[in-house]
Structures are given as C-alpha cells and as structure tokens.
Design a protein around this ligand. Structure first.
Ligand SMILES: O=C(O)[C@H](O)[C@@H](O)[C@H](O)[C@H](O)COP(=O)(O)O
Length: 265
C-alpha cells in the first residue's frame, strides 16, 4: 500500500459527521461533473442510508457551492438482496424511504439503477442482469476492463465485510466479473448480488461510513492487525490507499490508532 486511507472521527453524527460527509460527496460530484458531465455513485444498505440522508437532505441551502445536483446523479447499488424492490429487506426500498423519496418533487430526480425483479430466485441471473446495466452505462464490456465509479459509499459489518463480500469467501478472489452473486451470505438474506472487489478498487474514491460503539472492535482489527488487513474492508484499505476515506464517530474509533486524522471541511 502507498499512502494509508484517511480515517476521520467526528464527535457527533448530525452536527459534525453529516456536514463533512456532504462536503466530501459534493466534492466528488463536482469533480465528476467537470470530468464527464455525470456523477456515478454506488451505495450500500445497512445503516449507511440513514446517515447519508442527514448528509444530503435538504439538497441545497440556497448557495451554488452547496447544491446536491441530483439531475447529474446515476445511482447504483454496491450490493443488493435478491428480493422484490418493495420487500422490507431490499436495499433499494431502504434508500428510497430514507432519502430518495424525500428529494423535493420540484427538483430534477436522480437516475437509479435497481436490480431486475425477473429472476430473483436465481442470484447469478440477477447479478448478470445487473452487470448488463453497468455495461450499458460504463460502455461496452470489451472496451473497458472495469466500470469506473466516481464514488462508492460503503458500510463495514462487525465481521469486517463490506458490500456483500464476506471474510474468507471465494468471491474475494474474483478478478473478472463486475457483479457477483452470493447464495450463502452469512448475513441474511442469503441470496444477494454485490460489486466485486476489483470494481470497488477501480472507483475514483471509496468512502466508508461506520458509526457506533458496535464498530470499535472491528475497526481496531482492520486498522491495527495483519489479520484485519485481510478482511474485506482491510483489502479495500490495502488496495485503495489514500483514495479511501472512513467517516466514523468517536464511539466507533475509541482506542483505534489513526493512520491519518483530519476533517474534510
Ligand atoms: O445489504 C447489506 O447488508 C449492506 O449493504 C451491508 O454490506 C452493510 O453495509 C454492512 O453490513 C454494514 O451494515 P451496518 O452499517 O448496518 O452495520
């Protein structure tokens, strides 16, 4: 690894972490729009959507620099459960309820890429269909080796998983496919699809959001031990280096040694 990832620890989620996360996302949005006129972002489920809602809503405080320009957003799921989109386990439903549905109706809405509901009992088919959606956006499969997201926002599980990439799972070794299926996920539901590790590592920026005392032990492991650096979150740190940032609160980082400490704002 070159330079280590950035680990930010904030005193409070609402008044501190959320505005910093907003600034970070807006910086990536603005840079991506300058680069290619759109902002391509992938997001996970778990506790992330709730924190992200605090960061993104309301979409503007009136000033030009502070505008979340959803008209430029193309939103993908970093991982999704193979359930109907209106099912209570669906990450899309969660994201809709937490913030997509709360974007003011008079504003231009983002483009959201959901999984197909056609073959939900076949996780591989669902993964292949989702990969085709990525191909249609990120150009023909043979002309780009990997889709280049502008930003991927992820959570960190208590066992160090991220997306639906679980510790010691063979999916971690997948080098070729963009979207993978898993039918034995240790976190229910068992059938899911997930971006592959090479796709996560190809993104321009990767932001983790991990809050609460329940994350303390796994963060210590990831940042301080050899064993932790082999966990899925640790592999993203190792492969992504300084393009990876962690947005945490003090409860999650108590006693964790920081590679680099700071504030985005
Ligand atoms: O669909 C999922 O299960 C999530 O995308 C998953 O990868 C999540 O991000 C982590 O499990 C962390 O979840 P918490 O933030 O709730 O701990």
């Amino acid at each position: 690894m070159g330079r280590p990832p950035n680990l930010y620890s904030f005193a409070d989620i609402d008044s501190d972490l959320a505005p910093n996360l907003r600034k970070y996302v807006l910086d990536q949005q603005n840079e991506a729009c300058k680069r290619h006129g759109v902002f391509r972002i992938a997001v996970s489920g778990g506790s992330l959507p709730k924190t992200l809602a605090k960061a993104l809503l309301p979409p503007s405080n009136g000033s030009e620099e502070d505008k979340v320009d959803f008209s430029k957003w193309q939103i993908f799921y970093a991982d999704e459960r193979c359930v109907p989109l209106n099912h209570e386990d669906s990450n899309h439903k969660l994201v809709q309820e937490e913030w997509l549905n709360k974007i003011p109706k008079e504003m231009a809405q983002p483009e959201v890429f959901t999984i197909s509901e056609e073959h939900l009992d076949d996780a591989q088919e669902t993964a292949d269909e989702y990969e085709q959606k990525l191909v249609s956006v990120f150009a023909a499969r043979d002309s780009v080796k990997l889709p280049l997201f502008d930003l991927i926002l992820l959570g960190c599980g208590p066992d160090g998983h991220t997306c639906s990439l679980f510790p010691d799972h063979p999916l971690l070794r997948e080098q070729d496919a963009w979207v993978l299926s898993i039918s034995d996920s240790p976190k229910p539901p068992a059938k899911r699809i997930t971006l592959s590790l090479p796709v996560v590592l190809a993104a321009a920026k990767v932001g983790f959001v991990a809050t609460g005392g329940g994350k303390k032990d796994v963060l210590k492991k990831i940042f301080e031990t050899e064993e932790g650096s082999k966990l899925p979150c640790g592999l993203v740190n190792e492969g992504g280096g300084e393009k990876v940032s962690w947005f945490c609160d003090q409860a999650a980082t108590e006693g964790v040694s920081f590679p680099r400490r700071g504030s985005v704002i």
